[in-house]
Design a protein around this ligand. Structure first.
Ligand code: AMP
Ligand code: MG
Length: 457
C-alpha cells in the first residue's frame, strides 16, 4: 500500500485507537457488555430494504466504539520465533547485550595499529570469524583477519586485503589507514539496555531477525484468535455438494473464513444447512469450546426463520441492533460463555453476502485486531475524487464498492455497478469501499470520499 495516501477526511468507520496491553481472555472490558439500545422497536424487513425511522438506528461510530472498547487482547503466549511472525509483541524487548557483542572486522584484510604501520609488516597470526578473541597485534605488525572476526587487542584499524601488497608472511600498506577504519564497534547496532522493540510491534522478518540476533528463540506475543464461522440458512448447500432445487451455495462461510484468515486468525468453518432452533443451538454449543470468537451469518433480520437472534440471546449476553449503515444494518453483538469462566465475543452478521463482508470489515476485523493486541485495527484508507455521482440513503453510512485509478496525481473512484447487498459481482470488481457519510444522500462528481482499500492499488 506504499502508493496510498492517507485520506484527509476523517472516516466514520475508523476503528483506530490504542489497545492497552492488559492480558485478557477476550471477555468484556469492565464487566458486562453495554446495555442494549435498540432491541425493542418494531422490526423491519431485510437489511437491504429497510427504511425504518432514523431514531431506531444506532450510529455506526457509536456501535463500533462500543465493540472495540469491550475487547481485550488474548492472554500472551510464548511462541517459537518463526511461529511468532505476524503476531504482535506482548512486551517491550530490551537488549541485554550489545549488537555486535564485540569489536570486529568489517572486511577481509589485516588488523594493524593504524598509527604505526609503515613499511613491510610481519603477519604474526590469523583470526577467522568465530575464533575466540585471543590474539593481539603489536605496532608495526599485522594480523590477518576475516570479516566478522573479533578484533585483536591493540588493533586500531583494518586494512582491506585489496589495499595491501603481500609477500609471503609480510605485507605493505599502500596508504596509511585511518584509525577506526573498517571496524564494526561493539554496540554500534544496538546498545545493551536499549529498548529495541515495543509491545504491539507486529513481528516481521526484520524484527524476528532482531530477536534472533539478541539470542531469543521465543517471543512473548498475543496469539491469533480461533474464529468459528457458522453459516445459517435452510437454503444453503455446501459448494462441491449437490444443490437441491430452491437452494443456493454457501458463499458467506467462504467469504468470512477468507477474511478471517486474511487477518491472521485461525479459522474453523462449519455450515449449518438448517434453520432449526435446537440444531442451531447444538452446533454453536459444540463449536464454542474451540472458539475465541464466534461469527454467524444469516438469520438476524425479521423473517419467520431468523432464529440466530433467538439462539444467540439464549446462549449469552447478545444484543441486536439496527446500525445506521448500508449494507449491513441488522447486527448482533455480545458475549457468550464458551467454557466455564471463559467468555468470548460473538457476532451475528446479516446473511446477504456483501452485508456479511462489509460487516466483517467494519466490526469483526477491528475486533480480531484488538484480540491480537494490534494497534492498526482497520484496512488502510485513501481519499479519492468521485468519477461518477452517488445517490445514497440518508441517515446511514453507505459503503459503495468502487474501483480506483490514479489520474493527474489523484485517486479517482468509480462505483462498480449494482450495489445490492446480495450482489457479490460488484464486490469482486471493487478495489475499495467508498464511505458516504450518513448526513449525505447525494455526492457529486469530483467530491472526495474516504475509500477503505480492499486490495493493493
Ligand atoms: P437472512 O439474513 O438469513 O434472511 O439472509 C438474507 C439473504 O442472504 C437471503 O437471500 C439468504 O439466502 C442469503 N444468505 C444467507 N446466508 C447466506 C450464505 N451463507 N451464503 C450466501 N447467501 C446467503
Ligand atoms: Mg436465513
Amino acid at each position: 500500500m506504499s502508493t496510498a495516501e492517507q485520506g484527509s477526511q476523517a472516516p466514520v468507520a475508523d476503528a483506530g485507537g490504542e489497545p492497552d496491553h492488559t492480558a485478557g481472555t477476550g471477555q468484556p472490558a469492565g464487566g458486562a457488555a453495554s446495555a442494549p439500545e435498540d432491541q425493542s422497536g418494531p422490526s423491519h424487513a431485510g437489511d437491504a430494504h429497510d427504511h425504518g425511522p432514523a431514531r431506531e438506528l444506532v450510529s455506526l461510530p457509536d456501535h463500533l466504539q462500543r465493540i472495540v472498547e469491550s475487547i481485550r487482547p488474548l492472554s500472551p503466549i510464548q511462541l517459537s520465533l518463526l511461529d511468532s511472525s505476524g503476531c504482535a509483541l506482548a512486551t517491550d524487548v530490551v537488549a541485554h547485550e550489545d549488537i555486535p557483542p564485540f569489536d570486529n572486522s568489517a572486511m577481509d584484510g589485516y588488523a594493524v595499529v593504524a598509527e604505526s604501520a609503515e613499511g613491510w609488516l610481519p603477519v604474526t597470526g590469523e583470526v577467522a570469524a568465530g575464533d575466540e578473541p585471543r590474539l593481539s597485534v603489536e605496532p608495526d605488525t599485522a594480523v590477518r583477519i576475516m570479516t566478522g572476526a573479533a578484533l585483536p587487542a591493540g588493533a586500531t584499524a583494518v586494512v582491506p586485503v585489496e589495499h595491501v601488497d603481500e609477500d609471503g608472511e609480510r605485507i605493505r600498506l599502500r596508504q596509511a589507514p585511518q584509525p577506526g577504519a573498517h571496524i564494526r564497534r561493539a554496540g554500534e547496532s544496538v546498545e545493551a539496555g536499549e529498548t529495541v522493540l515495543v509491545a504491539g510491534t507486529v513481528l516481521d522478518a526484520a524484527s524476528i531477525g532482531m530477536l534472533a540476533a539478541l539470542g531469543h528463540s521465543y517471543a512473548s506475543v498475543f496469539p491469533h484468535p480461533r474464529v468459528v464461522i457458522v453459516s445459517t440458512g435452510e437454503e444453503l448447500s455446501d459448494p462441491g455438494a449437490e444443490r437441491s432445487p430452491g437452494a443456493i451455495f454457501d458463499a458467506n462461510g467462504y467469504v468470512l473464513t477468507a477474511l478471517a484468515r486474511d487477518t491472521g486468525a485461525q479459522t474453523v468453518r462449519r455450515m449449518i444447512a438448517s434453520d432449526d432452533e435446537a440444531a442451531l443451538r447444538e452446533t454453536i454449543e459444540e463449536l464454542l469450546p474451540h472458539a475465541d470468537l464466534l461469527v454467524t451469518t444469516g438469520g438476524v433480520s425479521a423473517g419467520k426463520y431468523d432464529l440466530v437472534k433467538v439462539v444467540l440471546a439464549e446462549l449469552g449476553d447478545v444484543q441486536f441492533h439496527k446500525v445506521g449503515m448500508r449494507p449491513g444494518m441488522p447486527q448482533a453483538f455480545g458475549f457468550i460463555e464458551a467454557d466455564p469462566g471463559r467468555v468470548i465475543p460473538c457476532f451475528g452478521l446479516p446473511g446477504n453476502p456483501v452485508s456479511a463482508y462489509v460487516s466483517f470489515e467494519v466490526f469483526v476485523r477491528p475486533t480480531i485486531r484488538r484480540m491480537q493486541g494490534r494497534r492498526d485495527l482497520s484496512r488502510p484508507r485513501i481519499s479519492a475524487a468521485l468519477e461518477a455521482p452517488i445517490e445514497s440513503v440518508a441517515d446511514k453510512v453507505e459503503f459503495v464498492r468502487v474501483t480506483l485509478r490514479r489520474r493527474d496525481g489523484e485517486w479517482q473512484a468509480r462505483p462498480t455497478g449494482n450495489q445490492g447487498s446480495g450482489i457479490l459481482r460488484s464486490l469482486v470488481e471493487a478495489d475499495g469501499l467508498a464511505e458516504v457519510p450518513s448526513d449525505r444522500d447525494h455526492l457529486d462528481i469530483g467530491e472526495r470520499v474516504v475509500v477503505h482499500l480492499l486490495r493493493s492499488v
